[in-house]
Design a protein around this ligand. Structure first.
Ligand code: PEP
Length: 230
């Protein structure tokens, strides 16, 4: 299983160090085949030691240059960051990233051999239209994305379940993952959206779920490690 923690705009460099210290104490008990990823904010990126990979929540598709407020490959290379989240709904919706922007970013980081966790997810009004509309919406988020890329992990995150405390139902996750697996073949498929210690066992036991991308419940090392060890 894959367990990925997205801190979003939470934690500082100092609190990330303390988090990692605590996580490392717990990870000794994790199954060797389970993979853990941490996505701290950009100011806390560093070459940390531990049984996990550190990735960036975002970066600009350039080595360096005049992109005010952004970080590029050069800044990631400094800490040997080789993993990136692309397509998160908060970047699509709040930062205005279009499918074209997302695909351009994907192509750049693919070219530089990054491991990419590529996020897709539908808003509530689309879910309410029914399954066919959901799949049409989700599959359009693969436009311009090379689904044959070896280092690709897909995360299905229904937007209405993100940060709301309301996870998708087992049935919703199961049917959506089954349909998505047909498009992405053997690539790992994570679920994201209010995954937490109380529902993790149920979620990871669903066929077609290869792990979870966790926001709120990953902010506390105790809670995230409880999910990994569940
Ligand atoms: C996320 O934003 O990737 C996420 C899954 O958030 P949460 O776990 O808080 O719903």
């Amino acid at each position: 299983m894959i367990f990925a923690a997205n801190f979003k705009t939470n934690h500082t460099r100092k609190s990330t160090e303390l988090y990692i210290e605590e996580l490392n104490e717990k990870l000794g008990a994790k199954k060797p085949e389970d993979r853990v990823y941490l996505f701290p904010p950009a100011t806390a990126l560093d070459a940390y030691e531990g049984d996990f990979k550190v990735g960036t929540q975002n970066a600009y598709p350039a080595v360096n240059g005049a992109y005010t407020g952004e970080i590029g490959l050069e800044q990631l290379d400094e800490f040997d960051i080789r993993t990136i989240l692309i397509g998160h709904s908060e970047r699509r919706e709040q930062l205005g990233e279009s499918q074209e922007n997302v695909a351009e970013k994907f192509a750049f980081f693919q070219e530089h051999d990054f491991e990419i966790i590529y996020c897709i997810g539908e808003p509530l009004h689309v879910r309410e239209k029914g399954f066919e509309a959901v799949m049409q919406y989700l599959l359009a988020q693969f436009d311009g994305i090379d689904l044959n890329y070896d280092s690709l992990i897909v995360a299905y995150e229904p937007i209405w379940a993100i940060g709301t405390g309301r996870s998708a139902t087992i049935e919703e996750i199961s049917t959506t993952h089954r349909a998505l697996k047909k498009a992405i073949a053997d690539k790992p498929l994570l679920y994201g959206g209010s995954a937490k210690p109380a529902n993790i066992k149920e979620i990871i036991s669903i066929a077609g779920v290869d792990g979870v991308l966790v926001g709120s419940a990953s902010l506390d090392a105790e809670s995230f490690s409880e999910m990994i060890l569940a």
